[in-house]
Design a protein around this ligand. Sequence first.
Ligand code: ZN
Length: 165
Amino acid sequence: MDYTLPEFLAHAIALEHEAAERYLELADRMEAHRNDPVSALFRDMVRYSRMHRDSIIERARGVTLPTLRPGQYRWLQAPEAGDEEGFDVMLDAYQALTYALKNEMRALDYYCSVSEQTADAEVRRMAAEFAAEETEHVQALEDWMARTVPPAVFLREDPERPARA
Ligand code: ZN
């Protein structure tokens, strides 16, 4: 993967945009679960992802960006995403955090591998900078997971389970 600057910028914009969209969904879901602290965390992540995306767009001004293939740099599918109704009910805080963490680690891997493999000094510098940012996101999610109810509680398949306060 030897990214040119325009390729890297296009991917990074898509990645941050996607992250913001998914965090918005997760924040709404946590709100529906009345889990306000985790919802607030995800809303912060929405804000950071958007700020990051906008700063990359700013950086890309005047650069002709390639069109990405559909589906490129999407987040992984959320658990139970096939069943929209079930998804809302089942995606609890721990699952939501696990899912977000998995995606943040993918983003981190992506930026790390670009910074290691690119021949372009500017791409390498930016990818390393973005990787550092993702490391902070991973850390923030891990901190929350450490404070969140263990998975066994959430793995029970009980769609009638009421939302916790
Ligand atoms: Zn991130």
